[in-house]
Write a protein that binds this ligand. Sequence first.
Ligand code: CMP
Length: 141
Amino acid sequence: AVERTLSIVKPDAVGRNQIGEIYRRFESAGLRIVAARMLHLSREQAEGFYAVHRERPFFEALVGFMTSGPVMVQVLEGEEAIRKNREIMGATNPAEAAAGTIRHDLAETIDANAVHGSDAPETARDEIAFFFRDDEIHSRG
Ligand code: CMP
């Protein structure tokens, strides 16, 4: 089924000038970028977006990192977009990510791991709504 997923190019990858390289990988896999914006997350936004991780030991580092520079947020659309995006990204920890994935090829550490992607349909819905209104998403066949 055609799905939508929320993707973030994180501050490390934006800082390394890798937005285009990452977008190319999405498009090559058949995912369409149907909404996109660059923004520098506030502490409140980062804490809100990652609220499910609030009790985890890495939460402070995560919020600190995600507010350290600008990010690109985008909605990807396509067949099985959620699973496909996770495949393209690779494992959360770049050290465990398969060759050819974004995190293996471009990222260094579990915090600075280049990209975020929604992990399930309900999360995708919530995460997309966190950043985009319906009329900002330009669905295309
Ligand atoms: P992301 O998909 O953005 O979701 C939460 C982020 O927390 C994750 O990617 C990692 O960058 C970061 N993180 C740091 N430590 C861990 C950990 N032990 N388990 C999962 N995520 C972690």
